[in-house]
Design a protein around this ligand. Structure first.
Ligand code: PHE
Length: 400
């Protein structure tokens, strides 16, 4: 691990501030071998001979910043554990992390940098499907395996045979909420509010609408917003006129928090329904009590009494404080699947590591057991959570 003097750090800070181009991903400063993060000089430094380097692209800043922070922690925890257990193939692991500022263009550039300059063995990331789609193009073209912890849009792994995920996909997630809305909540008529800038939101809206209709329900209207909008009143007013029994909002937490508040202000008191994109501590800060009684589907609940989950939560809390969200759990799982693949692969070429990851079977993840199918997706259960008392409470598990 490099050590830097304060003078060097000061000079480095000036130097990097001067060099930083807007279009370039900023190294998040984290070659991590299980110790405190150190700044990486300019990115693009080759790994030390005794180190196996993983890459990570995360939204550490920007509109979905909690996604990136959770990912980084989950990955770091897995790497620390692997290093404490002696490393892999006789070497220590390190992670080079780049921030994509919650933007697909930045995610693509960061991926290119990881494959061309850093020469990482496997890439972990991202969470938002639109970012992972941009990354997958680059990873596939370079023949470097990529595992997205949490991107659920089916097209991500369809980008090619180097692209994997450790979470369920949206044809299942959309079905789960449609079924819960029909069978448990006994809803007949709902409205949908989608984010038309997000591959995830559009995909989930489509599946939900199709499944809810097939089950005899009716989607009265579908309104749209664009990620980052702050005024949803026009769409909510149009929705209110149709008198829905609930509103399905398959968006990200930063937008959903505001949607919830504005819906209540407009006198729309029916429950909101959503998907994994709601999963962030920030959701409850943004929404206040406006989301009380809302339901969303997710990958895991920290209230799961399973021993493996309890240990993960205890380790995470000891390291970072707070309770790990689903992204932290999935990121931890994705790093462990990557590490197991590197351990098992016959050499360190992209093709061998890819072949080893593709064999993942009955892998004990903290967000469910992982067996990858021929399309490089696992088949996993989902949970339904209900919002109340400033948190998400476990309601039920839905099996595939
Ligand atoms: N599934 C979301 C997507 O594909 C990302 C996400 C996963 C967000 C888990 C929160 C929790 O865009």
């Amino acid at each position: 691990m490099r050590r830097f003097t304060p003078l060097f750090l000061a000079v480095f800070a000036l130097f990097s501030a001067a060099c930083e181009k807007k279009s370039q991903p900023t190294p998040a400063g984290t070659d991590s071998q299980g110790q405190a993060a150190q700044p990486a000089p300019t990115g693009g430094t080759p790994p030390a001979a005794d180190t196996l380097l993983l890459g990570e692209v995360s939204s550490l800043t920007g509109s979905q910043a909690t996604f990136g922070v959770s990912t980084q922690r989950g990955v770091e925890l897995a790497v620390k554990e692997a290093n404490a257990a002696g490393g892999v193939k006789g070497k220590k692991l390190a992670v080079r992390v780049y921030d994509n500022q919650s933007k697909p263009e930045e995610a693509a550039q960061a991926t290119t940098r990881l494959v061309t300059q850093d020469k990482v063995l496997v890439i972990l990331g991202d969470v938002a499907s639109s970012n992972s789609l941009a990354m997958a193009e680059k990873a596939q073209a370079a023949g470097v395996p990529m595992i997205t912890p949490a991107s659920t849009n089916p097209s991500v792994t369809e980008k090619g045979d180097y692209i994997f995920r450790v979470c369920f996909i949206d044809p299942f997630q959309g079905f789960v909420m449609a079924k819960f809305a029909r069978e448990n909540l006994k809803l007949d008529q709902v409205a949908v509010l989608q984010d038309n800038k997000s591959a995830y939101s559009i995909g989930l809206k489509e599946v939900f609408t199709q499944k809810f209709s097939e089950m005899g329900g009716k989607v009265l209207t579908t309104e749209s917003y664009s990620q980052g909008d702050t005024d949803f009143r026009a769409q909510l007013t149009a929705i209110k006129k149709t008198k829905p029994q609930a509103i399905y909002v398959p968006g990200y937490y930063n937008d959903v928090g505001l949607v919830a508040r504005q819906a209540r202000e407009l006198g729309l008191s029916v429950p909101l329904l959503g998907g994994d994109g709601w999963d962030s501590e920030k959701l409850f800060e943004l929404a206040g009590d406006a989301l009380d009684g809302a339901y969303f589907s997710n990958h895991y609940s920290p209230q799961n009494p399973d021993e493996r989950v309890k240990k993960f939560i205890a380790d995470y809390t000891a390291a970072y404080g707070g309770t790990p969200d689903a992204i932290a759990a999935l990121a931890y799982d994705s790093a462990r699947v990557a590490i197991a693949g590197i351990e098992k692969s016959k050499d360190l070429t992209g093709a061998s590591i890819r072949d080893a990851i593709a064999q993942t079977k009955d892998f004990p993840g903290v967000a469910g057991t992982i067996t990858l199918d021929e399309k490089r997706n696992p088949v996993k259960s989902a949970v339904i959570l209900k919002v109340g008392e400033g948190k998400a409470n476990f309601v039920t598990t839905v099996k595939p």
